[in-house]
Write a protein that binds this ligand. Structure first.
Ligand SMILES: [Zn+2]
Ligand SMILES: [Zn+2]
Length: 487
């Protein structure tokens, strides 16, 4: 039997006869009394905790500088009772508020219907048919399978002659295995709600203009919006808006940017052989994938903390432990805050893939999708949205960079655009892309938050449609290089 000894300390106390600490860290360790007799473990793992019930002050938002996630106990979501959203400004009724309140039960039904029929990228047939039927029934001219993309659609309403064209986006794709874990059922009905309520507002106030709702498939991979953008689907629009649920302080939205992402598909092709009888006759594709995975794990040590690389090994159905695998496939995502950084990090990642092929003598094939860009949130639209949300619905908006990515980033560099995130109540560790978020995306509180944000977007967009001076400012802001909003 082997005697188990505790591992040696990494940095014995300088006074220890065993070793003197070199260099300038000696003083650090002396000062912090890190030594052989130190009774405490070096690092403590903090237990996750539910954050306290924050009062929404400006100071609180300014203090947020990290990438913490927020989880809010659903029963405490709204300020007053379970059912009541935040108080609106008294006596400030409008067509937008009335119309969205009237639509709420129908939108809730649509949302739950999409939620219970999760479909992944480019397979969203149920959602496509459901939404196109609904828009056609509500007076929109619908083009199904828009621009040759089977599950994309365009729904248009035009009032009067001329006027500006507002684009609105609805997403409805789900995640493999975990359903609507990104809440795209809420995005779908937010888009529908904004489009229908603005139709009512254009008619009620006799404002000339066009509303175009684009159904944009495959946001979670596949870049549906990039395909629509390249096909001219956004050309007619003067501006475009959408929103996205996430975790966050309650009653809050976020108009911060998000980061770029490059999807890379890698295939290794080797040669199979009997793993016991003649392994030397094989070329192991799984080994290549394993080496690539390890190479990237090492590369992470030299990455900036705001960058991300993550991937999976897919292989094929024929893998068996007694056969040398002759094929392996990997899917990777590389994320950085800017396009320039993305280009250089992707080059380093590609070298890890190539090195693995070289080491194992496998053939390699690499496919790089069109990258998703960071979000170029229009500052004028963002400030207006923030203002409306606070004054009308008592909701706070922050400007905080997130570390997720969206194909709406590419849209935001093509025309003035706004893509606020908004908080829905979630369980602890139940953020986006978890089964907990799937549950949260079906809750009534999440629906109410979606409606409030849809109202905020509709008010903002209506101003852009009818106020020439305001729209001029929106355009001027778009011409400037990307700046992050300071709210
Ligand atoms: Zn997602
Ligand atoms: Zn999403």
């Amino acid at each position: 039997m082997t005697e188990i000894r505790p591992p040696p300390l990494l940095h014995p106390h300088p006074s220890s006869p065993r070793m003197a600490l070199p260099g300038c860290f000696a003083a650090f360790f002396r000062r912090n009394r890190v030594g052989v007799n130190h009774p405490e473990p070096r690092y403590k793992v903090e237990r996750p905790r539910i954050l306290p019930d924050y009062r929404m002050t400006t100071r609180f938002f300014k203090s947020i500088t990290t990438c913490d996630n927020f989880y809010t106990d659903p029963p405490n979501w709204w300020l007053n009772t379970d059912a009541d959203p935040p108080a609106y400004s008294p006596g400030d009724e409008s067509v937008i508020d009335q119309k969205l309140d009237e639509l709420s039960p129908l939108l809730r039904q649509l949302s739950l219907d999409i939620h219970s029929h999760p479909e992944t990228a480019f397979q969203e047939i149920y959602a496509h048919d459901l939404l196109t039927t609904f828009m056609a029934d509500n007076g929109f001219k619908v083009t199904k399978s828009y621009l040759g993309i089977a599950t994309a659609f365009r729904a248009e309403f035009h009032h009067g002659k001329g006027g500006r064209t507002l684009g609105v986006n609805s997403e409805y794709d789900a995640l493999k295995g975990i359903g609507h874990a990104c809440g795209h059922n809420l995005i779908a009905v937010a888009g529908v709600g904004v489009a229908l309520t603005l139709k009512a507002a254009l008619e009620a106030h006799d404002i000339c203009g066009r509303i175009v709702l684009l159904g944009t498939p495959a946001e979670e991979g596949g870049g549906g919006k990039i395909l629509l953008l390249n096909g001219g689907g956004y050309q007619e629009m003067d501006l475009c808006v959408m929103c996205h649920p996430s975790t966050g302080p309650k009653h809050s939205a976020n108009v911060g940017t998000c980061i770029t992402v490059q999807e890379i598909e890698v295939e290794y092709v080797g040669r199979s052989a009997h793993a016991g009888a003649a392994p030397w006759e094989g070329t192991n594709a799984l080994d290549a994938a394993f080496l690539a995975y390890s190479g990237i794990s090492v590369l992470r040590q030299q990455m900036r903390p705001e960058n991300r690389i993550h991937g999976t090994i897919e292989g094929n159905q024929d893998w068996a432990p007694n056969v040398i695998p002759d094929y392996a496939k990997m899917r990777w995502l590389v994320r950085t805050p800017t396009r320039t950084e993305l280009t250089s990090l992707v080059e380093r990642v590609k070298r890890c893939f190539e090195a693995a092929a070289l080491a194992t003598s496998c053939e390699i094939k690499m496919n790089l999708a069109a990258p998703y860009l960071d979000l170029n949130q229009n500052q004028v639209l963002g400030k207006e949205f923030s203002d409306v949300l606070m004054k009308r619905y008592g909701m706070h908006t922050m400007s905080r960079a997130g570390s997720a990515s969206t194909d709406f980033g590419n849209v935001s560099y093509a025309l003035p655009a706004l893509h606020p995130g908004f908080a829905i109540p979630t369980e602890l560790n139940g953020g986006n892309h978890t089964i907990g978020f799937t549950r949260a995306a079906a809750s009534l509180h999440a629906h109410e938050a979606t409606l409030a944000v849809a109202k905020g977007l509709a008010h903002t967009a209506l101003r852009a449609l009818r106020d020439d001076e305001f729209f001029q400012q929106v355009k001027e802001s778009f011409r400037k290089p990307r700046q992050d909003l300071s709210i």
